[in-house]
Design a protein around this ligand. Structure first.
Ligand code: ADP
Ligand code: ADP
Length: 245
């Protein structure tokens, strides 16, 4: 029973050579990729820089249109979503990125930042939203008084926690994490990965975890797909000795 089915997805970008405005061929950033992600699975997508991971991630969440192929979320073609279904999908599928420094508006308090998705989708009363934001911050390991501080008052690891809290505000089913620990100190990486694993249970999450670092992915993921030059070259369960208890 797949949450997400990816069928022969392609994303080509026009290639411009220097000095010409004319198009000279294409970059095949994603070149015919197929796989399925089961509900509650932690699916790893690894490969060297430039192999197409981020491009694929954006296409999977309909943040960018594919050049070809199809993506099914809960057996529904995401390119055929109605406006209201797309709004729903924007709640169900969230993305977090590598850089915890640019992802938070520096002028907003973190309580507000975590509450914002709830405000935008008008979930509950203002009081409900405020309480949920406080609970989310606590759940990712921050303190209630942190809600009134600004992003610059937090370390990289704390900011990534805030970003995770914000991504979870709407109770998504799918969290796509694009290099979520790559910008962090190695000593902090394990903490954030462990947090993501804990949240998997609390929120019944399905993860797609993008990384160039096979070590990071092996610890976290149920299955790992390896990308090379826009294609999936390997799809394997992780080694048994990394199995969850
Ligand atoms: P990864 O996430 O694995 O590092 P990307 O998806 O960022 O890889 O990039 C895959 C390929 O597509 C690279 O060759 C990159 O230069 C190219 N690419 C990515 N985004 C664009 C874009 N907006 N326009 C043109 N080429 C792009
Ligand atoms: P500012 O003073 O920066 O203009 P306010 O503090 O008045 O903003 O709050 C603006 C919004 O942020 C309101 O919707 C409020 O509910 C929310 N907010 C403020 N503080 C918190 C907090 N500690 N936790 C959750 N939400 C908060």
């Amino acid at each position: 029973n797949s949450l997400l089915s990816v069928r022969n997805v392609k994303k080509y970008y026009p290639l411009k050579s220097r000095g010409f405005s004319r198009r000279h061929g294409t970059v095949k950033a994603v070149d015919g990729v197929s796989f399925d992600v089961k509900a509650k699975e932690v699916f790893g997508l690894v490969g060297e820089s430039g192999c197409g991971k981020s491009t694929l991630g954006r296409v999977l969440l309909r943040l960018d249109d594919p050049t070809g192929g199809q993506i099914f979320f809960q057996q529904q073609d995401i390119s055929a979503f109605s406006k209201s279904r797309l709004t729903q999908f924007r709640k169900e599928a969230q993305i977090i990125y590598q850089d915890p420094y640019s992802a938070l508006n520096p002028r907003k308090k973190i309580g507000q930042l975590v509450q914002e998705p709830l405000d935008i989708h008008r979930i509950g009363t203002v009081r409900d939203r405020r309480e949920r934001a406080a609970w989310l911050l606590e759940t990712v390991g921050l303190l209630p008084e942190h809600a009134n501080r600004y992003p610059h008052q937090f370390s990289g690891g704390q900011r990534q926690r805030i970003i995770i809290a914000r991504a979870l505000a709407l109770n998504p089913q799918l969290l796509l994490a694009d290099e979520p620990v790559s910008a962090l100190d190695v000593s902090i990486q394990a903490q954030v990965i462990n947090l993501l694993l804990d949240l998997r249970e609390e929120f019944s999450l399905t993860y797609i975890f993008i990384s160039h670092d096979l070590k990071v992915v092996e610890h976290l993921c149920d299955r790992v797909a390896v990308m090379y030059l826009g294609r999936l070259v390997e799809l394997a369960p992780k080694k048994p000795f990394y199995a969850h208890p």
